[in-house]
Ligand binder design. Structure first.
Ligand code: SF4
Length: 504
C-alpha cells in the first residue's frame, strides 16, 4: 500500500513552490497525498520563520501531534524549510516527537530522509533524520555547489494538462545577500544564487506545454538577477525577461516577485513596457518612510530614492500597479518616523500594502543590536492608522474602475459564498445587488480571479471557467476587491490567441 502523506505549507510563494517540488518527488517515489492529517503516515510542515506568528502556528501543530505520536511511534513527523534551518537541532529537543529536520537548501535530500524514516518496522520509532546546511557551511559553500543543488530540485518538476494547473511559479534566484537587519532569509536560505537562463526558459516552456497560462518568476530580490556564463557573458534581468517572453509565445501572462527598489534598471522597466504579456504589476517593498529607520534596517536607500524609483517606473508605464510592504514599530521608531511612513504611503498611491508589526527574529542583526522598545499597543495603533490610510487609497482607485471592463484569469471559487436570494439578485457576502433579469439561468458559482495588475475580481460564473481568461465588467468596488459581471461573450482566452486589449 502506498504511504499516505500530509504536507502543510506556511509562508511565501517560495515555500509554496518548494512544497510543489518536494510533493512531485515524493509522489514519484510512491507517496500519496491526503487532505486529512489524521489519515497520514507521514506529516510534513514546510515552515516560515520570517514572522513570529507563522512560527507559532507550526509550534501549535507540533503540540497537537504529541499524543498521536505517543500512540503511534511509527508515524513520521518532519519540519522542513526556514524554521528547521533557523532553529536547528533545538527543535528536536523542544519537540522530541519530531523525526525529520530539513532546511530549504537541502530539500533535494528530503525523499531519502522520509524514506529512511518511513521504512521503520511497525510500532518502532523511526531513526532521526537531519539535513541542515548550518550557518558556517551555508556562507562558505561555493556558488557552483549551491547552483547544482538548486537545479536538482527545480529541474525535477513536471506538469501535464491533466493536472489543470493554470498558474505556476518558476524560481530564478534563491537566497539573498542584502542582510536587512530584521530579516532571517539570508541565514535560512543562504547566499543569492542565480539559475542559468536556459534552464529557466526550458522550465517555463514545459509549464506552458503542461497548460499554464500565467507564470510568476520568483526571487527574494528578483530584479537583482544577473547570470554570469562560463565565457564571462552576463544575462541581466532585463535580458531574461525579453528571452522568456519571446521563448513562450503561448504564455498569456508573465509576472515576477519580489523586487528590490534599489536594483531596478531602466532596461528592466523598458522590458516590462515593451513585452505586452508581462503584467504591469510590481511588488516592491519600501518597508519604511523614515531615512533614519531605513538606515537602521540596512535597506540601502532613502525614502526620496524610493519615490524617484516609482516616478521613473510610472513614467515607463503609467498604468503600472504597485504593491508594497511596510514594517511599523521597528526599534526606536518615533511618532515622527511613523509620520514619514504615512506620508510615503500617501504619496505613492499603492494598489495595496502588506503591513506588519515588527517582531524580533532570533539571530538577526536587529535583535543583537536594538531593543524591541516600541510598546505593542503603539505598534497596533500605527498598524491600524497605516492600514486605514492605504484602504482609503485602494478604495478610491478601485472605485475608478467601476464601469470598466477588465481581463481576468479565473483562479477558482471565491471564499465569499455567493447565494442567490431571489431571481435577479445575488448576495455577495455583506452586500446585495441587482443582476440583469434577462440573464440566462446557467448554474453559476461565485468565482475569483485577478487582473493583469493583480487586482482581485469576484463575479458569478460557471465553475468550468477556472483557469480561463475572461473579460469582466466592474460594477462595484471595495478596498481589496472589485465586483463584476461576466458578459455572455466574455471568454477571451482558451489557450488560443491573446486578448488585444489590456484592461487593467
Ligand atoms: S531583501 Fe532584505 S527583507 Fe528581503 S529577503 Fe533579503 S534580507 Fe530579507
Amino acid at each position: 500500500m502506498r504511504p499516505k502523506l500530509y504536507l502543510e505549507t506556511f509562508g511565501c510563494q517560495m515555500n509554496q513552490l518548494d512544497s510543489e517540488l518536494v510533493l512531485g518527488q515524493l509522489h514519484a517515489h510512491g507517496y500519496q497525498s491526503v487532505e486529512d492529517r489524521d489519515q497520514a503516515d507521514v506529516i510534513l510542515y514546510n515552515t516560515c520563520s520570517v514572522r513570529e506568528h507563522a512560527e507559532q502556528k507550526v509550534f501549535s501543530r507540533l503540540g497537537e501531534l504529541r499524543q498521536r505520536k505517543a500512540a503511534d511511534p511509527g508515524l513520521v513527523i518532519g519540519v522542513i524549510g526556514c524554521l528547521a534551518e533557523q532553529q536547528g537541532k533545538s527543535l528536536f529537543r523542544k519537540y522530541p516527537h519530531v523525526d525529520i529536520l530539513c532546511g530549504p537548501g537541502e530539500l533535494d535530500q528530503l525523499v531519502t530522509l522520509v524514506h529512511n524514516a518511513a521504512v521503520t518496522a511497525a510500532g518502532s520509532r523511526p531513526p532521526r533524520q537531519l539535513a541542515l546546511m548550518g550557518a558556517a557551511a551555508r556562507r562558505s559553500a561555493t556558488l557552483a555547489a549551491a547552483e547544482d543543488r538548486l537545479e536538482l530540485l527545480d529541474l525535477s518538476r513536471s506538469i501535464s494538462p491533466a493536472d489543470e494547473v493554470s498558474q505556476a511559479y518558476v524560481r530564478i534566484t534563491r537566497g539573498c545577500n542584502k542582510f536587512c537587519t530584521y530579516c532571517v532569509v539570508p541565514y535560512t536560505r543562504g547566499p543569492e544564487v542565480h539559475r542559468p537562463p536556459q534552464n529557466i526558459i526550458d522550465e517555463v516552456k514545459k509549464l506552458v506545454d503542461g497548460g499554464a497560462r500565467e507564470v510568476t518568476l520568483l526571487g527574494q530580490t528578483i530584479n537583482h538577477y544577473a547570470y554570469r556564463h562560463g565565457d564571462g557573458r552576463v544575462t541581466t534581468f532585463a535580458q531574461l525577461l525579453y528571452q522568456v517572453h519571446e521563448a513562450a509565445p503561448d504564455l498569456s501572462r508573465l509576472r515576477f516577485v519580489t523586487s528590490f527598489p534599489r536594483d531596478f534598471s531602466d532596461e528592466a522597466l523598458a522590458a516590462m513596457r515593451d513585452c505586452r504579456r508581462i503584467c504591469r504589476y510590481l511588488h516592491v517593498p519600501a518597508q519604511h518612510g523614515s531615512d533614519r529607520i531605513l538606515k537602521l534596517m540596512n535597506r540601502g536607500y532613502a525614502a526620496e530614492q524610493y519615490r524617484q524609483f516609482l516616478s521613473r517606473a510610472r513614467a515607463y508605464m503609467p498604468d503600472l500597479c504597485v504593491a508594497s510592504d511596510f514594517i511599523v514599530g521597528f526599534p526606536t521608531e518615533t511618532d515622527a518616523d511613523f509620520a514619514d511612513t504615512l506620508q510615503l504611503v500617501q504619496d505613492c498611491r499603492f494598489k495595496n500594502c502588506f503591513i506588519f508589526k515588527y517582531s524580533p527574529r532570533p539571530g538577526t542583526i536587529a535583535v543583537k543590536r536594538l531593543a524591541d522598545d516600541v510598546p505593542n499597543h503603539v505598534k497596533r495603533w500605527r498598524n491600524t492608522q497605516l492600514l486605514a490610510a492605504q484602504q482609503e487609497i485602494s478604495t478610491y482607485a478601485n472605485r475608478l474602475m467601476i464601469g470598466h471592463t477588465v481581463e481576468v484569469l479565473v483562479e477558482g471559487q471565491s471564499k465569499l459564498v455567493s447565494k442567490r436570494t431571489m431571481p435577479g439578485t445575488v448576495e455577495l457576502g455583506w452586500e446585495k445587488r441587482r443582476l440583469d433579469p434577462s440573464a440566462p439561468s446557467t448554474p453559476t458559482t461565485q468565482m475569483v480571479g485577478r487582473t493583469r495588475g493583480d487586482q482581485i475580481v469576484v463575479f458569478d460564473a460557471p465553475s468550468s471557467l477556472k483557469g480561463r481568461i475572461v473579460e469582466v465588467q466592474i460594477i462595484d468596488a471595495k478596498n481589496l476587491t472589485l465586483f463584476g459581471d461576466l458578459p455572455q461573450t466574455s471568454l477571451i482566452g482558451d489557450g488560443g490567441p491573446l486578448p488585444t486589449r489590456v484592461a487593467s
